[in-house]
Write a protein that binds this ligand. Structure first.
Ligand SMILES: Nc1nc2c(ncn2[C@@H]2O[C@H](COP(=O)(O)OP(=O)(O)OP(=O)(O)O)[C@@H](O)[C@H]2O)c(=O)[nH]1
Length: 401
């Protein structure tokens, strides 16, 4: 196999230039991610590094070696910074910048070595700088967006190829006497090592896209404050559950839960304490649900609980447990004052053969909730689901039932 190194160098220059330009353009649009900006800076540094290597016939050898490899070390470290922020939401630890400076210092010490040993050392230093990021992506990134796996794998391939290049250059320095000469080993390791780094960049862009798409989906379906599904999603899930209950012959329970005197909590302790109370309430409910149950925020301090395949006694027991747990909850506001919450609830159950609509089920739950408020709050009322006509029979449950 014949690999023409000058052509390869030109291809890499164009590749990193295109990646940097595309990332720059994406930054001006909707994809304004700081991690992508940092990756773009890293790609500009890599591009500068290749340019310095490619200019070797026209600039002093020492400058080409130091600037070429040094800029690549900066590029790799910036890639590390982007990955660190993306996966850990933290800045790159200082020692990684220190390692980059140390690598540059070592490079300066070996700049007069014969080409083979110098290429070997420079490649191995590149691998050492790349390894911590590769490890991070292969461990933490593996459970992240699917595209991060391709980033981890391509970085792993880059490390392997550059490691082989470094070892090969030290063992057979004569093959590396001239940077631009056509030799299969040096050419192949250069090709695979740096193309993999370029590929990791495209994988990283895709991972950022995936994350943005996931966030947009969450924003469309979830309530940002409590993490519960929003009202329209709850409505859609209720319709779906009723349909499924009909097909499978199982009942569907639906409850409306409304925090009592919530306005007073806001007025006395502030809006932030009110928000914290809503979050705490949602967490308290979520902790008691099965994976098939759904808690939705219907608006303000009102929540809907959707319990598929649950009959009336089961639903009433669960909602009563929630009521008691909320009553026992003690919250503190930023000023240190402590306060408590109570919740009222209306529960209705649709039998599989009732043919009841989601709207009517909601209305019956709302009626039961209204009665619970009327009867003094902090209680759960069960509204029977009549097939027809609409009046709900309300059964008061003593606390603890
Ligand atoms: N902190 C906070 N308050 C909210 C939010 N959404 C709605 N509220 C407040 O919730 C309060 C609801 O008040 P009301 O509808 O009078 O109900 P309540 O005070 O709970 O009275 P009852 O339901 O009759 O027990 C209002 O003060 C709203 O401003 C929110 O996201 N955060």
């Amino acid at each position: 196999m014949k690999i023409d190194v000058p052509t390869l160098m030109l291809a890499l220059l164009i590749g990193f230039l295109l990646l940097s330009l595309q990332l720059g353009v994406a930054q001006r649009g909707a994809l304004r991610q700081p991690e992508l900006r940092i990756w773009a800076q890293g790609s500009w540094a890599m591009l500068g590094g290749f340019a310095m290597l490619a200019l070797r016939p026209w600039i002093p050898l020492g400058a080409s070696v130091l600037l070429g490899n040094g800029l690549m070390y900066v590029g790799i470290t910036l890639y590390g910074q982007a990955l660190h922020r993306y996966l850990l939401d933290q800045a790159l630890p200082r020692w990684r910048w220190g390692a980059m400076l140390l690598a540059m210092g070592l490079l300066a010490l070996v700049r007069d070595w014969p080409t083979g040993q110098r290429v070997g050392t420079a490649s191995l230093l590149l691998v050492l700088l790349l390894l911590p990021s590769t490890w991070l992506v292969l461990t933490r990134g593996w459970r992240s967006e699917g595209s991060m796996r391709t980033v981890g794998l391509t970085l792993g391939v880059a490390c392997l190829a550059l490691c082989l290049r470094g070892a090969h250059a030290i063992v057979q320095p004569e093959q590396y006497a001239e940077l631009m000469q056509d030799r299969p080993g040096p050419g192949l390791s250069f090709l695979v090592g740096f193309l993999s780094l370029l590929g990791a960049g495209f994988g990283f862009v895709l991972a950022c896209f995936e994350r943005v798409a996931k966030r947009m989906e969450e924003m469309a379906t979830l309530d940002g404050l409590t993490g519960c599904v929003n009202r329209s999603t709850t409505d859609a899930l209720l319709l779906h559950s009723l349909e499924r209950g009909r097909r499978e012959g199982s009942p569907v329970a639906f409850a409306l839960l409304d925090l009592d005197h919530f306005k007073q909590i806001n007025d006395r302790h502030g809006h932030a304490a009110g928000d914290a109370a809503l979050r705490a309430f949602a967490a308290e409910v979520r902790a008691r649900l099965r994976s098939s149950d759904v808690i939705g925020r219907m608006g303000g301090e009102e929540f809907g609980l959707l319990l598929p395949a649950t009959d009336a006694p089961g639903a009433a027991r669960l909602v009563e447990q929630i009521r008691a747990a909320v009553e026992a909850l003690e919250l503190s506001c930023p000023q240190g004052q402590r306060f408590r919450l109570t919740v009222s609830a209306g529960v209705v159950v649709a039998a599989s053969d009732s043919g009841i609509s989601a709207d009517r089920l909601y209305m019956l739950a709302d009626k039961a909730l209204y009665r619970a408020k009327e009867q003094g709050r902090n209680r759960v009322l069960l509204g029977d689901e009549p097939a027809q006509p609409p009046a709900a029979r309300l059964v008061a449950l003593p606390p603890g039932a």
